[in-house]
Design a binder for this molecule. Structure first.
Ligand code: MN
Ligand code: MN
Length: 467
């Protein structure tokens, strides 16, 4: 072995360099990375909407001994509770031995809603021997990506008497799927000249749901009627019941390994289940933590975190105030001593679209969990911008636990931007910073992450829960 040159030694000691976690991981760690990915992929397939992800979260929590939390309850160290907010937003609580007003709460906050296509309230119509659903998309989507792919229907319909019917069609191999039509290249000459953002409008996103007429010479709209007859036979619903429904169209794809080496995962809705799942596994693994832990699976992040299931709701504050009151301490003191990792994804550097990234500060695939000090757009607008002191605290926790991590920024300055739930929690006087995983093709019907980054995030959250 030749001795390291002085310059090389100096460079190693003084420079910040990102390295692939796959390169540094031991053989055992590689096995752990791939094992962990299997659990995550099963979670992805089980929970494609916030309702399903919350249901899956409750199932996982109950397996770990969590029971429902009721307001006013006094928790003792080691107690494990969950709060199910309207089936769309979940809080998991593990009470620590440290006093709440001195030690605060370690909070992990991810979201479980994902960009998708919702049905309008009066969706069904017939045209040219086909039946369609009218839709209203949810969150930031690039509309053209959703055409000509297999789609599934998920959600609930509340019947006239208030009974809930759960619907999930297109996930089983024997299920039918749904579809948004697109133009054939032979006739796309005019469409091809339009900018991507205008070639396909929201009102064009009609879902093909049928093509068989009801056999009766006396009725019009026979294909529509036949669809209604099938729905009525299978679910006991009528067209009027759509008025009180919440139905979403999501890609019918399942999570799959990507690449010859299976290093990556392709799936719908990595954003932000790739943080929601590690939040829970880390919290379950941190049973020994002296700190009080709170994991949040939030709804509505993709449309601005509004409403009573989003992070701008008072509920987080209510839960903290309630726990403080039960312990006879000040809620303000609890919040002042709390920390939060706003768990959301970063845009991984994509060499195919290099011009939108600034490589030195972009998140690099497979280089570990991402820490994003600030988000926002233009001059950091809409960002809570974590303090250097808090970033230092998190950095020390990660490094002590050997967590592979990197810093990240969304893209080039002034080219776009985006935000997370970080500011809503920071606004409660809680130190908050974004930590997550770099995603390729974020918000596409099929997104890509690296398995080692997902595992790195589990390690990051576990270190935070224990630290
Ligand atoms: Mn998103
Ligand atoms: Mn997100």
């Amino acid at each position: 072995m030749s001795e390291m040159s002085k310059g090389k030694e100096l460079q190693d000691r003084l420079s910040y360099q990102k390295k692939s976690y796959y390169e540094t991981a031991s053989a055992e760690e590689k096995t752990a990375i791939f094992d962990y990915a299997r659990g995550y992929m099963a979670f992805l397939d089980a929970g494609k909407t916030e309702r399903e992800a919350v249901e899956e979260g409750i199932r996982m929590a109950e397996k770990e001994g969590y029971t429902p939390y009721s307001f006013g309850e006094k928790l003792k160290a080691g107690d494990k509770r969950y709060y199910n907010n309207r089936g769309k937003n979940l809080f998991l609580i593990q009470k620590g031995s440290e006093p709440l007003d001195k030690d605060g709460i370690r909070i992990l906050a991810a979201h479980v809603d994902a960009p998708r296509i919702d049905l309008k309230q009066n969706p069904l119509y017939e045209s040219a021997n086909m039946a369609f659903f009218k839709t209203h998309y949810y969150g930031g989507i690039r509309k053209y990506q959703w055409t000509a792919i297999p789609l599934a229907l998920h959600g609930v319909v509340l019947k006239a008497d208030g009974e809930t019917v759960n619907i999930r069609i297109g996930e089983d191999d024997t299920d039918p799927v749904f579809y948004i039509t697109d133009l054939l290249p032979h006739l796309a000459q005019n469409q091809n000249t339009k900018p991507l953002g205008t070639a396909f409008t929201g009102e064009d996103m009609n879902i093909l749901v049928g093509g068989m007429p009801y056999k009766d010479a006396d009725v019009a709209d026979k294909v529509k009627l036949n669809v209604l007859a099938i729905l009525n036979e299978k679910y006991g619903i009528t067209e009027t019941d759509f008025l009180s429904s919440e139905l979403s169209i999501v890609p019918a794809f399942r999570a799959r390994d990507i690449g010859f080496d299976r290093a990556l995962i392709g799936a719908y809705g990595h954003d932000d289940r790739v943080c929601a799942y590690p939040e829970m596994t880390a919290m379950f693994a941190a049973k020994d933590s002296p700190h009080t832990l709170l994991t949040i699976l939030a709804d509505k992040e993709e449309i601005g975190s509004e409403g009573n299931t989003g992070m701008r709701s008072r509920l987080l504050l209510d839960i903290i105030e309630d726990m403080a009151k039960a312990d006879g301490v000040s809620g303000a003191a609890v919040r002042a001593h709390s920390f939060c990792l706003s768990a959301d994804v970063a845009a991984a550097y994509d060499p195919n679209f290099a011009d939108v990234y600034e490589k030195n500060n972009a998140s690099m695939l497979s280089c570990g969990a991402t820490l994003t000090k600030f988000t926002g757009s233009r001059g950091k607008s809409g960002s809570s911008d974590a303090s250097a002191e808090f970033v230092s605290y998190i950095r020390r926790i990660f490094e002590k636990a050997g967590v592979p991590w990197q810093t990240s920024e969304l893209g080039k300055v002034d080219i776009g931007g985006g935000g997370t739930v970080a500011m809503y929690i920071a606004n409660l006087n809680i130190d908050t910073v974004d930590v997550g995983v770099g995603v390729i093709s974020m918000h596409a019907p099929y997104e890509v992450v690296s398995k080692c980054d997902v595992y790195a995030l589990h390690k990051a959250f576990l270190a935070f829960c224990r630290g």
